[in-house]
Write a protein that binds this ligand. Sequence first.
Ligand SMILES: C[S@@+](CC[C@H](N)C(=O)[O-])C[C@H]1O[C@@H](n2cnc3c(N)ncnc32)[C@H](O)[C@@H]1O
Length: 197
Amino acid sequence: MSQTSRDIVEAYSKKKSDINEHLLAIFDEAAAVEPKLIVELGTRGGESTRTLAEAAKIYGADFISVDIDDAGTASDYLKWRFVKSDDIKFAKKFPEFCAENSLPSQIDLLFIDTSHKYRQTKREIKYWLPFLSPKARVIFHDTNLKAWDNKRGVIRAIEKLVETKFDESYNFELTFKNWHIKHFANCNGLAVLHKAG
Ligand SMILES: C[S@@+](CC[C@H](N)C(=O)[O-])C[C@H]1O[C@@H](n2cnc3c(N)ncnc32)[C@H](O)[C@@H]1O
């Protein structure tokens, strides 16, 4: 039997990292939206990048990764572009960048995994969520960070978005303020959001 994209991601997920337990869920969420455009904020060594590239390949989707540091070799997917920039600075140029590069103007899968700080995550929500397509999903990593005290930065920014409080040490699935939220507490926490209804 030939190896599928999911098999490839399953193999990635066997290698221990700060995100490995979520790679299959990230792949499944990305593939489920049948994306035309995927955007990743925070690339580093490319664990999530290689996973999202496998989902992008299935649909021939364009895929943009953004990192303030150089991470331009994280993927060899032909429709992958790496942008070395602060993600908020890039958000301000994003419509122009898409038009210049003949890319779709709306994002179907947005993956956020940068500083994990409250103010920065709030800014990412403010500047990037307006680019989502109606069917889009947004994935946040590090909603349940224990390794260092980020003062609940990521989950607090999500709480602000949906105007409610969560206990991120649990798995949950809830709808608030027109957002459906699926939360996984393991492996530093992962939240998957999409517009309800
Ligand atoms: C946790 S790592 C990303 C890990 C990656 N998603 C993976 O799965 O391997 C966080 C990354 O966010 C980047 N970063 C932090 N602040 C940023 C910002 N304001 N704009 C863009 N990238 C940023 C860092 O340089 C770092 O590479």
